[in-house]
Design a protein around this ligand. Structure first.
Ligand SMILES: [Zn+2]
Ligand SMILES: [Zn+2]
Length: 271
């Protein structure tokens, strides 16, 4: 994960032959390029970008500036695309359409290079946007990666999508008390804590327990993502989810947090 949080998101998932990005919003283009290079990847090798939803930390002019010159297709739902184009700060996004690089996200599994990609709907959006946000599972060579950030709440059907992942990326956005004490506008606080906002550390830990209970084999790596910089601390996120792992006798599972400004270590999983 190159960066994760409300100031920008981008995650690279790759096999020997296919490089995919999930989201490419708001982070500096130079940072994305240099961080990919540190992992031995080049932006020109990216096969596609899979976008989760319309918020500018996921889909923005950065997406155009990365994908336009390199001719990288961008997948998102029609509603996500329409909502993103309405933002004045996203003026250059429509150039992706002119370049025929915008792809309508299928509502079922599809192939991109070596990956089988499956989008699934999640509940997360502002009152004013008609977005249809998604999470993703990616499978290749017998390995499954799940990506679910920006979730208002986790339903049993989302738990089923996340079950059986080798690498599970899940949102652990805020500490409820820190959010309540944040001094933000009360509507903003209500949205974050509500059913279409973001997952708290406790909600994340609860979802983790349910996903583990539904999994035939436990995840090997768990990345807690999209942590709020003002209303969370990595230690609080880790300790909430660690309790779920301890209860399930999985204290050995690799549990880390993603950061806004530093990439996570590369996680390698063999089938
Ligand atoms: Zn976000
Ligand atoms: Zn969002």
């Amino acid at each position: 994960m190159l960066g994760s949080g409300s100031k920008g998101n981008c995650t690279a998932v790759w096999t020997e032959n296919t490089v995919l990005l999930i989201d490419a919003g708001k982070l500096a283009l130079r940072y994305i390029r240099s961080t990919l290079a540190q992992a031995g990847l080049s932006a020109s090798a990216v096969e596609s970008v899979l976008v989760t939803h319309c918020h500018t930390d996921h889909l923005s002019d950065t997406t155009y500036r990365l994908c336009g010159p390199e001719k990288i297709p961008v997948y998102c739902t029609d509603a996500t695309w329409e909502a993103a184009l309405k933002k004045r700060s996203n003026r250059r996004l429509e150039e992706l359409e002119k370049l025929k690089l915008r792809r309508c996200l299928p509502d079922r599994e599809f192939r991109v290079g070596e990956f089988t990609v499956k989008p699934f709907g999640v509940s997360h959006s502002h009152r004013f946007s008609k977005d249809t946000p998604v999470g993703y599972t990616l499978r290749a060579n017998g390995v499954k990666v799940a990506y679910a950030t920006d979730l208002g709440h986790v339903t049993p059907s989302i738990e089923r999508e996340l079950a059986g992942s080798d690498i599970l990326v899940i949102e652990s956005n805020h500490d409820v008390q820190m959010e309540r004490d944040s001094g933000r506008h009360k509507d903003a606080i209500e949205w974050v804590l509500g059913k279409t906002g973001h997952l708290s550390n406790e909600q994340c830990a609860g979802a983790l327990s349910n996903v583990i209970a539904r999994s035939e084999r436990p995840p090997r790596h768990i990345v807690l993502a999209h942590l709020s910089q003002e209303c969370n601390l990595p230690g609080l996120a880790i300790s909430a989810s660690k309790r779920s792992l301890d209860v399930a006798d999985l204290a050995h599972v690799n549990l880390i947090t993603a950061s806004q400004s530093r990439p996570t270590p590369v996680i390698t999983v063999e089938a």
